[in-house]
Design a protein around this ligand. Structure first.
Ligand code: SIN
Ligand code: FE2
Length: 217
């Protein structure tokens, strides 16, 4: 008999050259990923970083892995030490590494090994303005982004800030991968709409995996 209530298998949605959405790819591991976020935040708490221009970001952030993305009064940088605790960032939970590996393989980026994972937490109204991920020295490595909790509208453009934008709803368990031709494409998140998600309450979480150190290959 056809089981109408079975969870759909993940499916792949092409986004741009080198970019795709792996819909619901992280769904089966969502609870473990959320537990991992709690562990990370217990060591390096979420904080709203201040940009070099003096603007307090609406998204709260932390990191895990060898390097963490952060700001100081000169700019954006990857640092081995959390400036808030003065200690190394927590290591990447095994479930993060496994999910990232499997998503990279599914997306055709088999040899991607992330050394940094930025963890974003969006409360109602929080947004990420259009930007490029360009603080990484080796642009051959893709970006892998995992969405958990409340849905949000993701904007994905092109190499120039004013290229036309696609707007896509990212839902619990969706994974976006961009690299190669689209590695430097502009992207952002529109202000989070209010809601309550059974697993994350009033929040959306996002993990972005990066290779932030110079390649040794
Ligand atoms: C990012 O651009 O770093 C995060 C995007 C997202 O929250 O989905
Ligand atoms: Fe980004």
């Amino acid at each position: 008999m056809l089981d109408l209530f079975a969870e759909a298998d993940p499916w792949l949605e092409p986004l741009a050259p080198g970019a795709m959405i792996l819909r619901r790819f992280a769904l089966a591991r969502a609870a473990a990923l959320l537990a991992g976020i709690d562990e990370v935040a217990a060591v390096s708490p979420f904080r709203q970083m201040v940009t070099p221009g003096g603007y307090t970001m609406s998204v709260a952030m932390t990191n895990c892995g060898k390097l963490g993305w952060t700001t100081d009064d000169r700019g954006y940088l990857y640092a081995p030490v959390d400036p808030m605790t003065g200690s190394a960032w927590p290591s990447m939970p095994a479930v993060f590494q496994a999910l990232c590996h499997d998503a990279a393989v599914a997306a055709g980026y088999a040899d991607f090994t992330p050394d940094a994972c930025l963890v974003n937490r969006y409360a109602v109204g929080a947004k990420l303005s259009l930007h490029q991920d360009k603080d990484e020295p080796d642009l051959r490595a893709p970006i892998i982004s995992v969405s958990l909790g409340l849905p949000a509208v993701f904007q994905f453009g092109g190499l120039r800030r004013n290229d036309p934008l696609k707007r896509l709803m990212l839902e619990h368990g969706d994974v976006v991968v961009w690299g190669r031709e689209s590695r430097l494409f502009y992207h952002g998140i529109q202000p989070l709409k209010p809601g309550v998600h059974p697993q994350t309450g009033e929040f959306r979480f996002n993990l972005t995996f990066r290779q932030a150190a110079e390649s040794t290959k």
